[in-house]
Design a protein around this ligand. Structure first.
Ligand SMILES: Nc1ncnc2c1ncn2[C@@H]1O[C@H](COP(=O)(O)OP(=O)(O)OP(=O)(O)O)[C@@H](O)[C@H]1O
Length: 232
């Protein structure tokens, strides 16, 4: 479960004596239950990426708390966050964020290397995940030798390799064509239903928002609507 309580966030811009406060998120209270798919929607600049960065510990809130899986993560040091992310969070980005100098296998293996998993176990897990994302045989390809859809599947495999209870996604279908988008969305649904993985997905895309159980609507840094999706 993710619980955001009384969260405020401001950035500070400009030189010391002319420092200006830019308030971005105000008074955010959000609860995301285990096994939910929640989409975060809102205009450009409304604070969606800032919220995701706060949920992943890349920025610290100016005020308020973030609690994930029962841990008060907003109090964490960077080191504690690094460990916590490796155990609990998977990430999917519009730009895939694969390491270009590593082949697909090494990209997917990386979180396990960081966790200190021994090589024979890593090999087993990576091979299995390549089958699951339908990329068997593409292990030795570098990101530049893969299509956009294949690169996104590598990044999904990298997100899944540590079995995280939560996946945070920032415009995951933004670089994909319609067919590849549908494939990814049905895979997200399947992971959610079969493995109860919680998804928080930033999106501008109505089709992505439609697979969510709830929609968090950010408007000028505030949550304005949080509607149920009564899809049948
Ligand atoms: N590091 C920063 N320093 C100063 N201001 C920032 C910083 N990061 C973001 N902002 C400002 O915070 C506001 C929210 O940005 P954010 O990237 O969270 O919006 P967004 O809803 O994700 O937008 P988009 O849909 O365009 O990605 C914007 O006005 C942006 O200029």
């Amino acid at each position: 479960m993710i619980e955001v309580h009384q969260l405020h966030h401001s950035f500070y811009v400009g030189k010391k004596n002319k420092r200006q406060e830019v308030p971005v998120l105000r008074n955010i209270n959000v609860k995301i239950l285990e096994g939910e798919i929640v989409s975060v929607v809102g205009k450009s600049g409304s604070g969606k990426s800032t919220l995701l960065n706060l949920l992943s510990g890349y920025i610290k809130p100016t005020e308020g708390t973030v609690n994930i899986q029962g841990e008060q993560v907003s109090d964490y040091t960077e080191e504690q966050w690094a460990d916590f992310r490796l155990e609990n969070l998977g990430f999917i980005f519009q730009s895939f964020q694969l390491i270009p100098s590593m082949d697909a296998y090494q990209n997917v293996e990386l979180p396990l290397v960081m966790k200190g998993v021994p090589e024979n176990k890593r090999r087993e897990q990576v091979q299995e995940i390549f089958k699951r994302v339908n990329l068997d045989g593409f292990e030795a390809h570098y990101p530049s030798e893969l299509s956009g859809g294949q690169q996104q599947r590598v990044s999904v495999a990298r997100a899944l390799i540590v079995n995280p209870p939560i996946i945070l996604a920032d415009e995951p279908t933004g670089s994909l064509d319609k067919e590849t988008e549908e494939e990814l969305l049905s895979f997200i649904r399947q992971l959610n239903q079969e493995e109860n993985i919680t998804f928080v997905i930033i999106t501008h895309d109505e089709e992505v928002a439609a697979i969510a159980d709830r929609k968090i609507h950010l408007d000028d840094g505030k949550v304005t609507v949080e509607e149920e999706n009564y899809e049948v």
